[in-house]
Design a protein around this ligand. Structure first.
Ligand code: F0G
Length: 466
């Protein structure tokens, strides 16, 4: 094979020309900060954070080319030339015919859900994502998880844990009828499963079944290039394909997509909805003017669209994606080697600590992942996030808490931002917390907002109210 085999490591294919200082807050500052934040890492101020692994969303470093592109922003209200550049990039790299820009991923999810879902519909998907599922529910639909069982088992080494269980999907179609399923929602590099990929052979199987029933596939392509990397390295048939070719091939087997460009596509803000159906596109761009902005900017500035068009091309570069996923694997292996329980295999955008096995003395109702994220912050100023009971929220019909199998803390790596030495600090901190895991107590809710509660909930230590 080409470059990849010749490279000695995943070393960054760039050098650094601008730096942003970071500060390590003192132990006392960290203790106060997390208490003030109600033990929710989303409520910390970034100035109190040392290494910020809250999310890979909008936190990536742009390239010199992207920054140069920012200066080419055409801020015309209508028909900005940057929109046409973006449209060309979406057509060229992803192969979708039509694009509706949105302010970020959930803007696209809102539009597609409103357009396609009717009250009482079912939307099968390969595991839920928080905002995706919420928009499906707000539109009157019910999300049904059809991912393979292995995805819910943190210790399963299945190489494609985001695969759809075709039997489960087929059963749902037979049970509720194809006319109650407006589309199947397929995510690449499934976030909540730990950044796990779907294989192309599985996607093709899903395609065959859904085409037979006339059901379209809408692709959450937020991390499609990362998924393509795993296909290239794990699915023999594609080992000689380029990342760009695999990305296009994935998109080819779907009918439309929602994109949070803040991840794969290397920008700080932006997203889009893409599709091949002209009639659906006309309706989507009409809805865009109601909720996002005119259909040639959709909530983004011209300069944002320019940076995005360039970011899309950089995202499928072989050396880039090798280094990106390589850095995540490096951190994951270090943490795994120390005996700390994590989700296997290591995913593409982060390392996911298995809080159920990390803190086996806590019940899920004592919020082990939330407590662990808070503890890690206190240890070192490293900010992570909960992906478990708190993120899963409540059942939309019964209002009961959902108890997901996966109770995780996500150490999410921004793209092109941190160094190997930063990864070492993170691993050391995780190990230090693991060594004193028995001392870590649980948390309880003191405030819970109605929607997407993980962002804004507040907590207190159990039995330790002031
Ligand atoms: N789909 C996936 C798979 C995502 O990871 C996200 C965002 C969205 C959709 C929504 O996109 O944030 O641009 O509105 N994930 C972020 C995260 C928030 O931290 O994982 P958005």
């Amino acid at each position: 094979m080409s470059n990849d085999e010749q490279r000695r490591s995943w070393a960054e294919p760039y050098k650094i020309k601008m730096v942003e200082p970071v500060r390590i807050p003192s132990e006392q500052e960290r203790e106060e900060a997390i208490r003030d934040a109600g033990y929710n890492t989303f409520l910390l101020q970034s100035r109190d954070v040392y290494i910020d692994l809250l999310t890979d969303s909008g936190t990536s470093a742009m390239s010199d080319q992207q920054w140069a592109g920012m200066m080419l922003g055409d801020e015309s209200y209508a028909g900005s030339r940057n929109f046409y550049h973006l449209q060309d990039a979406v057509r060229h790299f992803y192969g979708y015919d039509f694009v509706v820009p949105t302010h970020q991923g959930r803007g696209a999810e809102h539009i597609i859900s409103k357009l396609m879902i009717e009250e009482g519909d079912y939307i099968p998907g390969n595991m839920y994502f928080t905002t995706t599922k919420l928009h499906q529910e707000l539109a009157g639909g019910t999300f049904v998880d059809v991912i393979i069982d292995e995805a819910h088992d943190p210790q399963s080494e299945h190489p494609f844990k985001a695969n759809v269980d075709v039997g489960k999907l087929s059963d749902l179609i037979n049970e509720v009828g194809a006319d109650r399923i407006p589309y199947v929602s397929i995510a690449t590099a499934v976030n909540m499963a730990g950044g796990q990929p779907i294989s192309l052979s599985n996607l093709k199987e899903v395609r065959e079944l859904t085409q037979h029933h006339g059901i379209p596939i809408i692709h959450d392509m937020t991390r499609v290039a990362e998924n393509a990397y795993f296909i290239k390295t794990r699915e023999d048939e594609y080992s000689n394909w380029s990342i760009a070719e695999i990305v296009r091939e994935i998109c080819r087997h779907t009918d439309g997509a929602t994109m949070s460009a803040k991840k794969d596509a290397l920008v700080n803000i932006g997203g889009f909805l893409a599709m091949n159906d002209k009639e659906l596109f006309e309706r989507a761009r009409n809805m865009c003017v109601v909720y996002e902005g005119l259909h040639t900017y959709g909530g983004m500035a011209g300069r944002d669209m320019e940076a995005l068009a360039i970011g899309i091309s950089e995202s499928v570069d072989e050396d880039h994606i090798h280094a990106r996923v390589g850095q995540v694997q490096y951190l994951g292996e270090k943490i795994m080697d120390a005996g700390v329980p994590v989700v296997h295999p290591i995913g593409s955008h982060g390392v996911f600590l298995d809080a159920k096995r990390f803190l086996p003395h806590l019940d899920q109702d004592e919020l082990p992942a939330q407590a662990l994220a808070a503890e890690l912050y206190v240890d070192s100023g490293v900010r992570s996030m909960e992906r478990g009971f708190v993120s899963a929220g409540r059942d939309k019909d019964t209002d009961e808490n959902i108890h997901p199998e996966l109770e995780l803390v996500r150490l999410t790596i921004p793209r092109r931002v941190y160094t190997q030495a930063h990864m070492d600090v993170v691993a050391e901190s995780v190990e230090a917390v693991y060594d004193r895991r028995e001392e870590i107590g649980g948390l309880e809710f003191v405030y819970e907002p109605e929607y997407l509660r993980f962002f804004q909930s507040r907590f207190e230590k159990i039995n330790q109210q002031a």
